[in-house]
Ligand binder design. Structure first.
Ligand SMILES: [Zn+2]
Ligand SMILES: [Zn+2]
Length: 134
């Protein structure tokens, strides 16, 4: 499967030659700020299957911990991917252009969600971490 993604201004584009896995949404206070939203919407990618197509010079990197961080567009602010040990670890689902054929399988850290967020009934939710999806 080939997927592409881009930031809000279109300056940065990437391609994934493979499939995403373990789509999740984390509702913790750190993810709310990192993703500027009620929660993250993130899926893992094989770093060897991920390639920047355009605009790499616009990428800014923020390391939130020694080994983990994010890359975002310095022009429009879209967060495009997460980094682990300097490699792309996962992508933000919101920046994808195509249907990735995957659904968010688990909502984690719902125990610390924002008071203003209403979680729909029936979603797979966990107060903290959840076991990795199969
Ligand atoms: Zn941009
Ligand atoms: Zn989180």
């Amino acid at each position: 499967m080939k997927l592409t993604g881009e930031c809000f201004c279109g300056g940065i584009r990437y391609e994934i030659n493979g499939t995403l896995r373990d789509a999740r949404s984390c509702h913790c206070s750190r993810c709310r700020k990192a993703f500027s939203a009620q929660a993250s919407a993130y899926a893992l990618v094989d770093p060897d299957q991920f390639h920047w197509l355009q605009g790499k010079e616009l990428l800014s990197t923020y390391l939130s911990q020694a080994d983990y961080g994010f890359q975002f567009c310095s022009r429009c602010g879209s967060t495009l991917c997460g980094l682990h040990l300097g490699k792309v670890h996962g992508i933000t689902l919101g920046c994808l252009n195509e249907d990735p054929n995957i659904e968010i399988g688990r909502h984690i850290f719902v125990g610390s969600k924002a008071s203003w967020e209403v979680i729909p009934p029936g979603v797979n939710q966990h107060d903290g971490h959840a076991p990795e999806a199969l």
